[in-house]
Design a binder for this molecule. Structure first.
Ligand code: EPZ
Length: 453
């Protein structure tokens, strides 16, 4: 099993290659692999099978949940090769966890934690690190976690995480860019927490914190994403008392301690949705292995309107395009079970070649149209008005050199490249590698003319 000396990587917001922070971890900036671009020659229909990986946005939180017990935690279907997973492994090792991984197997033991501090140099690489705050505070009574700072797609404050912990009796002081949190003597107290806005991360942080708190916690207006249900099911296997997962009211009866367990990570619904759109745009028929249709209901409705049919067969999903040219459709992003914001850019790419127009409205993040100017460079016809974009379908896109700006924007450019005339070059692919395992191998395996350069 491998341990965590390998390189790490910074995500979309930090571009400073030389920030050595002198902490105990060897934190040299990664030897960026020389292959920083993806090149695509468009026009090939897709045929064959693509294996779907475990969900990034679940696995990252499951890793934080291991801090709630001193026993071994075993995960299967874990998307270990993702850059974000590397950053999270790096953070857990820094805290003192034993972390081993091989293929999609991951084992973590938090029996010998050395520090309760999550340093800026690691947290700035991946915002999901903020999810160690609740578990550390709940199990050890204190935590010092760097504030994640801004991000390409929005300001993304963590006020709801902090306010919730304060309602559970914690004292929280923001100082020098760090959240310094201390639990009251005897530990966190159960509380009734009403979120002013639906937040995936705040729901998860407080869900984990409440498992070891004294008494009952109720999370109202909670997020309902499938990744939260999967996290909750793993916590229940660890001995937590939780009800109401998948609803907007989650109830947690605190317990004295939690045990280790085995858990298989839920398939990645965003990766699944991305490949469904790839086949819908490029044509052909593909089979997505180990994918779940039930977690994509809002997306499938819009895809069907556009002309893409998706069927579940056993553990797989089969995708085919029924009509020559897809239809324009309007979408508006919302918390689950609404249309996921993490599918917005991919759906916009689909609309660039549809018959007629479609309106795309983004309600979750204030700056999530960074892919628009890049798609327009490829001959798309998109205009942005506030948090909406009008996409008028064009006959043909043309290959061009484009720049990735964030994870989902970058994959939208790859999708556009699959159908564009000629060659498309997507730069800064590290954005992609944060959330898509082996995308070049997976698309190349079903006939796309795609390679790293
Ligand atoms: C998670 O981010 C996902 N990230 C995001 O996926 C996803 O887009 C988002 O949920 C929404 O579905 C991970 O799971 C690692 P939020 P999170 O808290 O938890 C505001 C991807 O592409 N807010 O639900 O950070 C916030 O600014 C990524 O894989 C506050 O104001 O999202 C946003 O506008 C991108 N205060 C809204 O709520 C808070 O304390 C929803 O954010 C917390 C959030």
């Amino acid at each position: 099993m491998q341990t965590e000396a390998e390189n790490t990587w910074d995500n979309e917001e930090s571009r400073s290659p030389n920030s050595n922070s002198g902490n105990t971890l060897e934190n040299t900036e990664p030897q960026a692999s020389s292959l920083t671009k993806i090149k695509i020659i468009g026009g090939n229909p897709l045929y064959g099978t693509i294996p779907i990986s475990g969900a990034k946005n679940c696995a990252l939180k499951l890793m934080c949940a291991t801090l709630l017990t001193g026993e071994d935690m075993y995960f299967e279907n874990s998307p270990n090769s993702l850059r974000d997973m590397r950053s999270q492994r790096e953070l857990l090792e820094y805290l003192g966890c034993k972390v081993e991984h091989e293929g999609s197997a991951l084992t973590i033991n938090a029996g010998d934690i050395q520090t309760y501090t999550a340093p800026y140099d690691i947290v700035r690489k991946m915002r999901g690190s903020i999810l160690v705050l609740g578990p550390l505070l709940s199990r050890f009574g204190e935590a010092k976690v760097s504030l994640p700072g801004g991000c390409a797609i929005g300001t993304r404050p963590v006020d709801m995480h902090i306010n919730g912990l304060e309602e559970m009796g914690a004292t929280v002081i923001l100082d020098e860019g760090y959240i310094n949190a201390k639990a009251p003597a005897g530990g966190l107290q159960g509380a009734k927490i009403l979120f002013p806005k639906v937040s995936v991360g705040a729901t998860e942080n407080l869900l984990m914190a409440a498992t070891l708190a004294n008494g009952t916690t109720v999370l109202a207006n909670a997020a309902k994403e499938p990744e939260i249900v999967d996290l909750g099911e793993c916590l229940i296997k660890m001995g937590a008392k939780i009800s109401g997962l998948g609803t907007d009211t989650i109830r947690i009866e605190g317990v004295k301690s939690l045990n280790g367990t085995h858990h298989s990570v839920i398939p990645d619904r965003i990766e699944t949705g991305t490949y469904i759109i790839a086949a819908g745009m490029a044509g052909g028929t593909i089979q997505l292995q180990n994918a779940r249709i039930d977690t994509l209901s809002a997306v499938l409705g819009h895809l069907s309107q556009a002309g893409i049919e998706v069927t579940q067969s056993g553990n797989d999903i089969v995708v085919s395009r029924e009509i020559e040219r897809l239809n324009g459709v309007d979408i508006m992003t919302e918390p689950y079970p609404g249309f996921p914001t993490d599918m917005q850019a991919q759906f916009m790419a689909l609309l660039t070649r549809a018959e007629g127009a479609g309106m795309v409205t983004e309600t979750i993040f204030e700056n999530r149209f960074m892919h628009v100017p890049e798609l327009n460079r490829m001959g798309a016809d998109i205009t942005v008005q506030g948090n909406s974009a009008i996409v008028r379908g064009v006959e043909q896109l043309k290959g061009a050199e484009v720049m990735a700006t964030d994870l989902r924007a970058s994959v939208a450019l790859v999708l556009a490249g699959l159908v564009a005339e000629g060659e498309t070059t997507v730069n800064r692919i590290y954005h992609l590698e944060r959330g898509y395992e082996d995308i070049v191998g997976k698309l190349g395996g079903v006939g796309a003319n795609i390679y790293k350069a």
